[in-house]
Ligand binder design. Structure first.
Ligand code: VG1
Ligand code: CO
Length: 534
């Protein structure tokens, strides 16, 4: 086994987006492509010699090969130990949990989240820092800078490591520990929620369906829901992680999790439904014929948090991404706690959580989480809902309708225009920035100053907020791998309970039409309608 220094030249475009570097598998499989990025991560860090790195991924195509590459490079770069999930599997929240629990230096998570997997689909990689959370912008910018000047990387010439055998091995003087990716995470969940009450709920006939979408959460959900909480066998569907996610799109929304929706809406269907995404950090919550928007889910969980043992002492604050509805703000106001508005992406919550300013965080894109880890956490949100349902002994629909009656409803929808021409998308955003809108109370490109470290992030989405509080937000996705995706976020507050049951697409129709006109969406993108509505 010898350490090799391999000469290389930079690749264009290795710029981490909203959540790491995401590209087609074909791009990642080019000689030196992954290696350049991994070496750039290591070169942007200091002080890791002899320390521990956590490595794992969502099990998608190319996961195992990438883990082997990283293990050998970690050894050649002087890491003391790598902890790798068995089979190379580790959900994003479990990676965060393990980094924190064992106080490791950091971790590398291999995932393109909800993007499809397979030889012609997507792959991704991101670095998490010692708090367990995604690298903040300063770190991702340093990594990107390194990718532009890299001239060599270090690796170990060695046979592949057995990723399936639990336990410790030594590779070129570095320790590799293959560990059970579920155990530490499941143990953490037991400390946060009333497992006895949830078990009693299932014993008394409550039924749920959890759609793991052939992605990473299957083993976690089977262990926690079926084994520890006693939900009936078969509660978890599509529970075996597959390299291509069964050919599906592991995105937990009404479009892609249609099998779950059909089961819930069947006459003898279960009481509660949930789904998670490719890497296990997103969640969708549904009741019988009732869909809970992620923004409402955050607000309902915040309002009911003290029913859960881990949050019985109350919340320090709530944080939400800017495009997420203000439903959580109303709860924060009533609780007398601060509510923070951050740019899109979980990396912006890290400082607020570390500094004890926020306990719960959420994004409209099916992401909810708390200070138990530093990532959003799909199964955690499902367990929190189960805990609330067990305590309240009410249905999902009744709890959300009751919440609207108490706080009013922030009627909300997001319209995505996927795969549009990148130049046209940039032009549309430029046009929006330059518009003159005298009727709007606010018209700006959202900028955020981190209250903890003072870091400033600009151009985080164009906001048009009207005097009655209704708003349109536009931004371009930072996770796609083909063309551009325009996201249009629409929100209007409805205080009148008599109007709470209205279809958001109807309630927001004026705003939707206006959003199209202001941005000249059809003229600039050629699209008459969005590709996905959530
Ligand atoms: C999307 C979501 C964002 C989320 C990000 C990563 O980003 O909008 O809220 O944090 O994905 O989630 P964008 O830039 O495409 O809008 V995941 O589950 O893909 O790691
Ligand atoms: Co994800």
């Amino acid at each position: 086994m010898t350490i090799q220094t391999i000469q290389t030249t930079p690749f264009e475009g290795q710029k981490p987006g909203t959540s790491g570097l995401r590209k087609k598998v074909k791009v990642f499989r080019q000689p030196h492509y992954l290696e350049n990025f991994v070496q750039s991560i290591f070169d942007s860090l200091s002080g890791f010699a002899g320390k521990t790195l956590v490595v794992g991924g969502d099990g998608r195509y190319h996961n195992r090969a990438a883990v082997q590459t990283i293990l050998k490079m970690a050894c050649a770069n002087g890491w003391g130990k790598v902890m790798v999930g068995q089979g190379g599997i580790l959900s994003t929240p479990a990676a965060s949990c393990v980094i924190r629990k064992f106080g490791t230096f950091g971790g590398i998570v291999l995932s393109a989240s909800h993007n499809p997997g397979g030889p012609d689909e997507d792959f991704g990689i991101k670095y998490n820092i010692g708090n367990g959370g995604p690298a903040p912008e300063g770190v991702t910018e340093a990594i990107f800078a390194k990718t532009k000047t890299i001239s060599a990387y270090r690796t170990l010439e060695a046979p592949d490591i057995d990723l399936d055998r639990l336990g410790t091995q030594t590779v070129g003087g570095m320790t590799v520990e293959v560990f059970d990716p579920v155990a530490d995470y499941a143990a953490l969940m037991e400390t946060l929620f009333d497992f006895a009450a949830i078990r009693a709920l299932f014993t008394n006939g409550f039924r749920m369906c959890f759609d793991a979408m052939h992605a990473v959460t299957g083993p976690y959900a089977v262990e926690i829901l079926e084994r520890r909480l006693g939900a009936a066998p078969g509660t978890v569907i599509n529970g075996t992680p597959r390299e291509d996610f069964g050919g599906g799109h592991p995105d937990p929304n009404l479009v892609h999790a249609h099998e779950l929706v059909e089961r819930l809406n069947a006459p003898d269907g279960p009481d509660f439904g949930a789904a998670s995404d490719g890497d296990g950090d997103r969640n969708m919550i549904i009741g019988k014929n009732f869909y809970v928007t992620p923004s409402d889910s955050l607000a309902v969980l915040a309002a009911n948090a003290t029913l859960c043992p881990g949050y019985a002492k109350g919340l320090k604050g709530i944080a939400r991404s800017m495009p997420t509805s203000a439903a959580a703000d109303r709860v924060a106001e009533k609780l007398g706690i601060p509510c923070y508005e951050t740019p899109t992406g979980w990396k912006f919550f890290g400082n607020l959580l570390d500094d004890g300013r926020a306990t719960l965080c959420g994004e409209e894109s099916f992401g909810t989480g708390s200070d138990h880890v530093r990532e959003k956490d799909g199964l955690w949100a499902v367990l929190m809902w189960l805990n609330v349902l067990a305590a309240r002994k009410d249905s999902v629909a009744a709890i959300v309708r009751g919440h609207w009656a108490d706080y009013g409803r922030n009627v909300y929808s997001r319209h995505d225009y996927e795969g549009i021409d990148a130049k046209a998308a940039e032009g549309l955003m430029e046009h929006l920035r330059g518009l003159s809108l005298p009727d709007a109370a606010t018209h700006d490109d959202f900028a955020y100053t981190d209250p903890v470290d003072g870091g400033v992030s600009k151009k985080q989405g164009v906001r048009v907020i009207f005097k009655d509080g209704s708003r349109i937000v536009y931004r371009l996705s930072g996770t796609g791998t083909e063309g551009a995706t325009l996201r249009v976020y629409l929100e209007r507050f409805e205080p009148d309970p008599a109007k709470h049951d209205i279809d958001p697409q109807v309630a927001l129709a004026d705003l939707i039409a206006l959003a199209g006109q202001l941005a000249e969406i059809e003229a600039r993108t050629g699209r008459k309608a969005p590709t996905v509505i959530t």
